[in-house]
Design a protein. Structure first.
Length: 569
C-alpha cells in the first residue's frame, strides 16, 4: 500500500533559518490538503517528500512511485507537448514501425504502449485540452495551461503518490473544475498545498502546518473550520479562566503580605513592651519569619503556576500574522486617459516544435481599450485568451505587432503572474533597493517588515523565498518605487497568498484611489476590491465589456470563495 512517512523530520536552511521541527507524519491512500500561512514551510515539506531537498535531521520514507507538481513550473518554451508528457520517444518509435522500419530497438521502446497517443490525448482532453496537437510547443500555452500540462504528464506516469503545490493557480473556471474532478477520481496518496477552498472541500483530511509542526484534522475544509472554531472557543475560555486565576493569586499574595505585616507590627509592639522573655521573643520572631517566608513562597509558586497556565492557554490561541498593505496616496482625474490601446494585436511566434507555425494574429479582432480616470477593471477570460499578453503590452514589456499603446499617467506598476521581476541571486533588500534607489536601508527594511520580511530574512537570496514570501517581496518593491503609481496592474494576485493576506490586499485595494486593472479568476476577490468595469477577453471575440456579476453569482461566491470567472463567460 502506498504511503508517506515522516519521522522526526527537521529542516533548516543553510543560513540557520528553521522551517520544520521534528515533524512526525504518516499518510496513506486518500486526499490530504496541506494548509498554513505563507512561509510556514508547505512547499518545503512537499520538496522533502519528493526528494528534492534533504532533511537536516530525521527521515522521509515513501512507498510507491512519487510524482511532484511544483508551484512554479518551468517546462521550457521550445519543448513539444509530447516531450513534456514523456512520450516523444515512443511516438518516434511508432512512426518508424508505421513506416515499415520494424526494429528490435523500436519495439523495445514501444513495449506495451501502442495506445500511448490515445491515452495522452484522452488525459489532455479530460483536463481541458480539447483538440490540442502533441507537436505544439509549450511556449504557445498560457500559465494555467502549463500547469495542467505538467499535471497531465504526472497522470500518464500513473504515480502512487501525487504531490501538488498550488495546482489551481492561474486556472480558469472550466479547467479548475476539470482539475477538481481529476483530483476526486485519484485513488493513490495525494497531498495538495492550496488556498483554493473548493479544492480543499474535496479533501479527506486537512494537515495544518503551524510553528514547524503538522496536525491532522479529519474531513474537508469545512470540517476543519468547525473543529478549529471549537478549539479556539475552548482556548479563549481557558485564557479567560487563567487570567482570572492570575488576578486571584496576586490578590491573595497582597492580602497575605498585609496580614504578615500586621503580625510583624504586633510582634514588635509586644517585644517593645517586654511581655515575653528575650529568648522566647527571639524564637517567636524566628518562627514568624520562617512562616512568612513559606507563605510568600507558596503564593509566588501559585502565581507562577497560574502565569504558566496562562501562557500555555494563550499559545493555543491562533494569532496569524497578516501583511499590512499600505498603498501610496495617489489620485487620477476622472477625465484623464490612463491607457489607450488602439487596434493592437500580436503575432503568434510559432505553433509547433517541428515547424514555424502559422504566424496568425493572437486575437481574431484587434484590441481597442480606453481606460479613463480611476476606473477599476476586472479582466476575465479563459486560459490562453491572452490576458497576460495584454497586460505586458500595456506595461511596455511587449511591443504590439499592430496598433499602439499610450499611457497617460506616470507611475505605472505591474505585478506579473510569474513573479519573475526579482533577481533570484540577489538579496531581498537589494532587490527592493533596485526599485527605490533613493530610499535608505532603514526605510526599505521598515517597508519589508510590514510584509513580514524582517531581520536576516531580508538578506536571503530571493530564490530561497516561498511563493507567498516572493509575492510579498515583489509587492513591497513595487509599492516602494517612485513616483507613486497612478495605475496598478495585477495578474492573478491571489495565487500565492494565504486567506488572511488576501483579506488585507482586498482592503488596501479597496482604499486605493488610482486606476486598477486586475486579471483574475477569483470572483470574490474582484467583487471585494470594488471593480467598476468588467471586461472579457478571448481569441475569437477579442475584448468586450460584460455585465457585472448578478445577485445569484454573488451569493454563490460567498459560499464558494474560489469560484472562478464571471458566470456569463
Amino acid at each position: 500500500m502506498a504511503s508517506i512517512s515522516c519521522n522526526d523530520l527537521t529542516f533548516t536552511w543553510p543560513d540557520g533559518t528553521p522551517v520544520l521541527r521534528g515533524v512526525d507524519l504518516t499518510l496513506g491512500p486518500g486526499r490530504t490538503g496541506l494548509i498554513g500561512v505563507n512561509g510556514s514551510g508547505k512547499s518545503t515539506l512537499l520538496r522533502l517528500i519528493a526528494g528534492h531537498l534533504h532533511p537536516t535531521r530525521g527521515a522521509v520514507q515513501t512507498d510507491g512511485a512519487v510524482a511532484y507538481l511544483p508551484q512554479h513550473i518551468s517546462l521550457g518554451a521550445g519543448r513539444a507537448i509530447d516531450d513534456v508528457l514523456g512520450i516523444a520517444h515512443v511516438r518516434n518509435a511508432l512512426r518508424e514501425v508505421a513506416a515499415g522500419n520494424v526494429t528490435e530497438a523500436a519495439l523495445a521502446t514501444i513495449g506495451d504502449d501502442w495506445d500511448v497517443e490515445e491515452r495522452a490525448l484522452a488525459t489532455l482532453d479530460r483536463l481541458g485540452f480539447d483538440g490540442i496537437g502533441l507537436d505544439r510547443t509549450v511556449g504557445t500555452l498560457s500559465g494555467g495551461e502549463s500547469v495542467l500540462l505538467g499535471l497531465a504528464a504526472l497522470f500518464l506516469r500513473r504515480p502512487e503518490v501525487l504531490l501538488l503545490d498550488e495546482p489551481t493557480n492561474n486556472l480558469d473556471r472550466d479547467r479548475r473544475h476539470r482539475l477538481y474532478e481529476a483530483v476526486t477520481a485519484y485513488r493513490g496518496v495525494l497531498v495538495a498545498v492550496s488556498h483554493d477552498r473548493m479544492l480543499l472541500e474535496r479533501m479527506d483530511r486537512i494537515a495544518d502546518l503551524r510553528d514547524g509542526g503538522v496536525r491532522i484534522y479529519g474531513g474537508n475544509l469545512t470540517d476543519y473550520d468547525e473543529a478549529v472554531a471549537i478549539e479556539q472557543a475552548a482556548a479563549e475560555r481557558m485564557v479567560r479562566a487563567a487570567e482570572a486565576d492570575v488576578r486571584r493569586q496576586r490578590r491573595e499574595l497582597v492580602a497575605a503580605r498585609i496580614k504578615l505585616d500586621r503580625r510583624q507590627r504586633k510582634g514588635r509592639k509586644q517585644a517593645a513592651e517586654n511581655r515575653f522573655p528575650k529568648v522566647v521573643a527571639q524564637e517567636r520572631k524566628r518562627q514568624a519569619q520562617v512562616s512568612a517566608g513559606k507563605l510568600r513562597d507558596l503564593h509566588i509558586d501559585r502565581i507562577e503556576a497560574a502565569e504558566a497556565q496562562l501562557a500555555e492557554s494563550t499559545a493555543a490561541l491562533r494569532d496569524d500574522d497578516e501583511i499590512r498593505v499600505d498603498l501610496p496616496e495617489t489620485s487620477v482625474p476622472s477625465r484623464r486617459n490612463v491607457v489607450v490601446c488602439d487596434a493592437v494585436n500580436v503575432m503568434r511566434s510559432g505553433g509547433t516544435a517541428r515547424g514555424a507555425g502559422d504566424g496568425r494574429r493572437l486575437w481574431d479582432h484587434d484590441i481597442t481599450l480606453a481606460l479613463r480616470g480611476p476606473e477599476r477593471v476586472a479582466l476575465l477570460g479563459p486560459n490562453g485568451a491572452g490576458k497576460t499578453t495584454l497586460l505586458r503590452m500595456i506595461a511596455g514589456q511587449l511591443a504590439p505587432s499592430t496598433g499602439t499603446v499610450t499611457l497617460g499617467v506616470e507611475g505605472m506598476r505591474y505585478l506579473p503572474q510569474r513573479l519573475d521581476l526579482l533577481d533570484n541571486d540577489r538579496g531581498v533588500l537589494d532587490n527592493v533597493a533596485r526599485f527605490a534607489p533613493s530610499a535608505t536601508d532603514n526605510v526599505l527594511r521598515a517597508r519589508l517588515a510590514r510584509f513580514h520580511l524582517r531581520g536576516d530574512r531580508v538578506e536571503l537570496p530571493a530564490g530561497t523565498l516561498s511563493g507567498g514570501e516572493r509575492f510579498r517581496a515583489l509587492l513591497a518593491a513595487l509599492l516602494s518605487a517612485q513616483p507613486p503609481p497612478q495605475l496598478l496592474m495585477l495578474d492573478e494576485p491571489t495565487n500565492n497568498l494565504d486567506m488572511a493576506s488576501v483579506r488585507q490586499l482586498e482592503q488596501a485595494l479597496d482604499a486605493y484611489r488610482g486606476a486598477l486593472i486586475v486579471a483574475s479568476h477569483d470572483l470574490p476577490f474582484l467583487c471585494a476590491v470594488g471593480v467598476t468595469r468588467w471586461l472579457h477577453l478571448d481569441r475569437e471575440r477579442g475584448l468586450t465589456d460584460t455585465a457585472p456579476p448578478d445577485a445569484d453569482a454573488m451569493a454563490l461566491a460567498s459560499i464558494t470563495p474560489a469560484f472562478a470567472d464571471h458566470p456569463d463567460t
